[in-house]
Design a protein around this ligand. Structure first.
Ligand SMILES: [Zn+2]
Length: 231
């Protein structure tokens, strides 16, 4: 039995895939829309993040430009905000929203927000667990050994845990951004509402990833016979 030909797999994989695709289209369309609307004060994304961090008294974070589309992230190891060109240079509400969201992660780090630390700590284990799980599960399906599929499912549960821990971290970073951009005078209240629409759309991609991971785990557990009653 090869996983790809199992109709049950598609039943579990398709909702997650569809949700991820929809969320990705949603965030791209909202980002594109609010990329055309400049803020009144005219700060770039990089400047907005800098103002927000300075006002919060966070000085040790540097802001750099990085390549890619929506590749923006905060690197806790080097305490660096890396903003994509479309966010770094642009004065649009979309750019300011994304930049301030990333600054929100830097604020989480500076204030010792525990879940950010947990998420960072989970990264190496999640990467290993993810790779190993696919190998072990493939062996389990090839050799028809449910024990291997179960072991793979346990390894894959790290991926689920990471995706679930990511949700409050991302929500909190956006919540900090929504409040701080107004308090720091980067945007008006109305503008912050529009910038928040981009961030809310971005949050949907994390929800989709978590749902997708959870459904995949359920599928593995099902194939491992965990839900079987007759034995
Ligand atoms: Zn984030």
């Amino acid at each position: 039995m090869i996983m790809g030909f199992d109709p049950l797999y598609f039943l579990f994989a398709l909702p997650g895939l569809a949700l991820a695709l929809l969320a990705s289209m949603f965030v791209r369309s909202r980002f594109a829309h609010y990329s055309r609307i400049p803020s009144a004060r005219g700060l770039t994304g990089a400047e907005a993040a800098q103002v927000m961090l300075s006002r919060a008294g966070v000085r040790e974070v540097s802001i750099e430009m990085t390549n890619g589309f929506l590749s923006d992230h905060y690197d806790p190891m080097s305490r660096t905000l890396r903003l994509s060109p479309d966010v770094y240079r642009s004065t649009s509400l979309a750019a300011i929203g994304v930049a301030c969201h990333e600054a929100g992660h830097a604020l989480q780090h500076a204030t010792g927000y525990a879940l950010l630390g947990l998420r960072s700590a989970l990264v190496p284990a999640t990467n290993i667990g993810s790779t190993l799980s696919y190998i072990v599960i493939a062996i389990g399906f090839l050799l028809q050994r449910p024990q291997f599929i179960l072991l793979g499912a346990l390894l894959f549960s790290l991926v689920v845990l990471f995706a679930v821990v990511t949700l409050p971290v991302e929500w909190d970073a956006s919540a900090r951004a929504k409040v701080s951009m107004v308090q720091a005078g980067v945007v008006t209240v109305a503008e912050a509402g529009d910038a928040a629409k981009v961030l809310n759309a971005a949050f949907m991609t994390y929800v989709a990833a978590a749902v997708s991971a959870l459904l995949t785990l359920l599928y593995y557990l099902l194939r491992a016979g965990v839900f079987r009653r007759d034995d």
